[in-house]
Design a binder for this molecule. Structure first.
Ligand SMILES: Nc1ncnc2c1ncn2[C@@H]1O[C@H](COP(=O)(O)OP(=O)(O)OP(=O)(O)O)[C@@H](O)[C@H]1O
Ligand SMILES: [Mg+2]
Length: 284
């Protein structure tokens, strides 16, 4: 099966990128896929989810991940050995739900030091390609890249390798326009030749934090109106389940059995995204 690489990005913060990235990683893992979650955000939100003490030192510094790779690259003038890349992966095995285990390339604040270095040397265009090529022997079938809420070297490096772009958009008035900025960024990269014109095959705009209020309903309608066919038919409702999952207090197995309305909506969304992401494979 071909590797499905998905960037989860939006230039607006707090819209649910990390929550959706974590849900997708554990959903695909539970379905039997070999999953790699790349935390491309130096804020390290995805890294904090279920992070074990194994990779945190006494000062609270994450000892594996993207920031370590970048440090090695800078010292060596850009080259990086395969063994160094492999040793940065962390196997995340949820205690009460080991069937949802996935591999994580963690991230930490210090990675942000390297942003301009990456871009100045063109490494933002090659880094993720190199990482994924090196990790070929892990046979990942799904790669989820949790992007930061900015256009920077990390966002670019994610878009360069992705076939699918998932854009969570909060159903709130100020957020609706944010998806357009993300789409324009991807289109500009294609226009400028940073990524091949057909590299991103599918864009999926996911309304998130949908509430049953007038303002949220209006924003939801605007998202559908502005982005038409790009918008998924299912949405991510505003729900405490999202926070519980994010905090590691709720598993995918529980979500799949949960009879609440919110869990049902989240399941529908995951199933729709799964179908869309895997459907791309059938034409190959
Ligand atoms: N559907 C939801 N319902 C309620 N709360 C949610 C939902 N999705 C996410 N949240 C909460 O909103 C906060 C932001 O979510 P998250 O970190 O996933 O957003 P983000 O887009 O990754 O943010 P950032 O731009 O800072 O990386 C978290 O506290 C999360 O638990
Ligand atoms: Mg995030």
């Amino acid at each position: 099966m071909q590797k499905q690489i998905c960037s989860v990005g939006n230039l607006k913060g707090g819209v649910g990128k990390t929550t959706l990235s974590l849900l997708l990683s554990r959903y695909f893992a539970l379905k039997g896929h070999d999953v790699l979650l790349v935390d491309a955000d130096p804020q390290g939100s995805a890294t904090q989810h279920l992070l074990s003490d194994e990779i945190v030192d006494d000062d609270g510094v994450i000892t594996k991940g993207m920031h370590v790779l970048l440090d090695v690259m800078l010292r060596s003038g850009g080259s990086i050995e395969d063994s160094v890349i492999e040793s940065q992966l962390h196997h995340v095995v949820p205690k009460d739900s080991p069937n949802e285990a996935y591999w994580l390339l963690p991230n930490f604040l210090t990675a942000s030091y390297y942003d301009s270095y990456l871009t100045a040397n063109g490494f933002h265009l090659t880094l993720m390609k190199k990482v994924l090529r090196t990790l070929d022997n892990y046979s990942f079938t799904v790669v989820i890249i949790d992007c930061p809420p900015y256009v920077n070297a990390f966002t670019t490096s994610a878009l360069v390798v992705s076939r699918h772009l998932i854009v969570p958009v909060e159903s709130a008035p100020i957020s609706v326009v944010s998806a357009r900025l993300m789409l324009e960024t991807a289109a500009r990269y294609m226009r400028d030749g940073l990524i091949p014109p057909d590299a991103i095959e599918q864009v999926m705009i996911v309304p998130t934090k949908v509430r049953r209020t007038t303002a949220s309903s209006l924003a939801y309608k605007q998202i559908q109106h502005y982005y038409g066919d790009y918008v998924t038919s299912s949405y991510f409702p505003f729900s405490d389940l999202a926070n519980k999952f994010y905090a590691g207090a709720y598993s995918m197995e529980k979500l799949l059995r949960d009879s609440s309305r919110a869990a049902g909506k989240i399941r529908s969304l995951l199933e729709e995204l799964e179908t869309k992401i895997l459907m791309e494979d059938s034409g190959e």
